[in-house]
Design a protein around this ligand. Structure first.
Ligand code: SAM
Length: 147
């Protein structure tokens, strides 16, 4: 923890019934080396989709940009005030996109590079290798229901 940060006694996590639909493979193995936010010019990362979810990829290839939702599994979950690197005043967790939050869900808008079997290739991520994948959705701006 940094000076000025505040942790609380967080209630024990309850099972929200989430299933990990896959695993994200990225070049980053240390949090310090991982970008704070992804870039569409960043490296290609692989979303490995687990059985039985592969058929759920059908139609995804029509979209150029996707929203990726993931579980920042190594985050602590009890800070209510946090200080960003090199920033003076602590700030409330809900005013930050920090991975440290009661439910460490991360989201990124990414560019779809390709789909190889049960693996989706994207650019634009900012998570550690082996981060659990929660969901994939088309970019809501591009979503238009079929006529
Ligand atoms: N783009 C997402 C968002 O805005 O919701 C996440 C942003 S968060 C600032 C990205 C940082 O989380 C990375 O720089 C790294 O320090 C940390 N991180 C990445 N993967 C993680 C993981 N699996 N567990 C814990 N921390 C992680």
């Amino acid at each position: 923890m940094r000076e000025g940060e505040v942790a609380v006694e967080a209630p024990p996590p309850r099972d929200a019934g989430l299933v990990f639909i896959g695993r994200i493979r990225t070049p980053w193995t240390s949090r310090d080396d991982t970008p704070r936010q992804g870039s569409l010019e960043g490296p290609v990362c692989r979303l490995e989709i687990f059985d039985p979810w592969k058929p759920a990829l059908q139609g995804l290839e029509k979209f150029g940009n996707l929203e990726v939702i993931y579980w920042l599994h190594l985050s602590r979950r009890d800070l209510v005030l946090q200080r960003r690197h090199n920033e003076g005043e602590p700030r409330g967790t809900f005013s930050l996109r920090s991975p440290v939050r009661p439910n460490p869900i991360g989201t990124s808008m990414v560019r779809l590079v390709g789909i190889e079997g049960a693996t989706v290739l994207v650019r634009g991520l900012d998570c550690l290798d082996e981060t659990p994948l929660l969901d994939l959705k088309p970019d809501r701006c591009q979503f238009s229901p079929a006529p």
